[in-house]
Design a protein around this ligand. Structure first.
Ligand code: RFL
Ligand code: PHB
Length: 403
């Protein structure tokens, strides 16, 4: 290692996924100086295919960050989605059930690209391919992030550290275990996903509970599809040729639902495990955890990226209050505010996942009970309204009145 260098900033952001990039952009617009440190290259970050559905809260925040233009031009506004169960297909009228609310289908890759472009355009500092990242002294007024970059050892001295480094990051792992409580459930199956340049099966999403397992038909545009199949955790990608994937999708949905299915070569294929996880609290002195660094939801309710965005909203507000209003109230309330919203989304994602998937340990009675619940849900105005209210996203200021 050659020279070493000390840099000073107000906020050090560890992780340049959507949470870190969005926080950086919001702070920049508030005149607060932040430096981003990312373990991977920018291309690697853009190559990860993940979320596809944005809530209104997330859209509003992207607008506030000044990066919403392409999303509004190219994203697909969805006012409903379809549920399929036991031959019954029903549209959940999101907009009608929620007083006009909709969701936006716009890939996480595109959100990330827009944020990266804005950051680069503003000439803001991002250290990609940073190695040996360590966070130190976050229980003092002068924390630091130390890392290696392009053969140099760098010490980033700051006022605050934002841990936006995902589930496997270094920030949560640096908190003394007795200062944190974690809650975790790992589901006994994964999601096999493929992306293909084919016309989507339907103009909206389809969530299907079938005897052979869960299916999700999603999309990224009118010419790019994203499909998921529930698979055993022991399955590997080499067991799933494209042909095997399409055959299984057809078997699960049935030939009638698949009449207009267009198949083609996959351009990405991956298996993701499903997990519910929360770390409490989300603040330790001058370290804040945000996004997947603090919590994971199974993807069934499309809540992960949206929760990351709402954490970032609370954190950027708290830091603005601190620097611009000399108030530490937002910082003090950060963890409680986030966690109330987090637990509500955890509950919804767990419920929707449990309802829509067959578990290996499920007996006949479990399957009958799930069928009965779906039958109730899809024929009850109250049931559908609750599903829709959670799917479009609970209001951000839910927590404000009581915390
Ligand atoms: P990320 O995206 O994981 O980014 C964390 C970044 O930190 C970097 N990093 C480090 N950097 C420096 N030093 C270290 N020591 C570091 N360790 C890690 C990583 O390289 C990475 O770049 O977390 P963030 O920003 O909190 O964003 C969270 C979202 O990515 C995640 O919640 C969603 O993708 C979840 N999710 C979905 N969310 C939705 O809201 N709607 C959806 O439709 C949706 N679908 C999904 C999903 C996640 C999926 N998978 C693969 C888990 C579908 C799937 C299949
Ligand atoms: C996706 O398009 O990747 C997607 C959509 C909805 C979900 C999960 C993933 O619930």
């Amino acid at each position: 290692m050659s020279a070493s260098r000390t840099i000073r900033t107000q906020v050090a952001i560890v992780g340049a996924g959507p949470a870190g990039l969005l926080l950086g952009q919001l702070l920049h617009r508030a005149g607060i100086d932040a430096v981003l440190i990312e373990r991977q290259s920018a291309d690697y970050v853009l190559g990860r295919i993940r979320a596809g559905v944005l809530e209104q809260v997330t859209m509003d925040l992207l607008d506030e960050a000044g990066v919403g233009q392409r999303m509004h031009a190219e994203g697909l506004v969805h006012s409903g989605f379809d549920m399929v169960c036991e031959g019954l297909r029903k549209r959940v009228e999101l907009s009608e059930l929620t007083g006009g609310k909709t969701v936006m289908v716009y890939g996480q890759t595109e959100v990330t690209r827009d944020l990266m472009d804005a950051r680069q355009g503003a000439g803001l500092a991002t250290y990609y391919e940073a190695q040996a990242v360590q966070i130190q002294d976050f229980d003092t007024k002068q924390p630091r992030v130390c890392f290696e970059h392009a053969g140099q050892r760098i010490a980033l001295v700051c006022d605050f550290i934002a841990g936006c480094d995902g589930f496997h990051g270094v920030c949560r792992a640096s908190v003394p275990p007795d200062a944190m409580q974690t809650f975790e459930k790992v589901y006994p199956f994964g999601w096999l996903g493929i992306l293909s340049d084919t016309k989507p099966l339907h103009h909206e999403l389809i969530y299907a509970s079938t005897a052979r397992g869960f299916v999700l038909c999603s999309q990224r545009s009118s010419t790019r599809s994203r499909y998921y199949l529930q698979v055993p955790l022991t399955d590997t990608l080499d067991q799933w040729s494209d042909q095997a994937f399409w055959d299984e999708l057809r078997l699960r949905l049935g030939s009638q639902q698949c009449a207009s299915l267009v198949t083609g070569p996959s351009i990405e294929k991956s298996i993701a495990p499903l997990r519910s996880f929360v770390a409490e609290p989300m603040r330790f002195g001058r370290l804040f955890l945000a996004g997947d660094a603090a919590h994971i939801v199974p993807p069934t309710g499309a809540k992960g990226l949206n929760l990351a965005a709402s954490d970032v909203k609370y954190l950027s507000q708290a830091l603005r209050d601190f620097y611009l209003e000399r108030s530490s109230a937002g910082i003090d309330h950060y963890s409680d505010r986030c966690l109330r919203r987090v637990w509500r989304a955890e509950r919804f994602s767990w419920w929707f996942t449990t309802l829509m998937h067959r578990f290996p340990a499920d007996g006949d009675i479990d399957n009958k009970l799930k069928q009965a619940e779906l039958d109730y849900l899809l024929h009850s105005e109250a049931g559908l309204r609750s599903l829709a209210e959670n799917y479009v996203g609970l209001p951000l200021n839910f927590a404000e009145a009581d915390v």
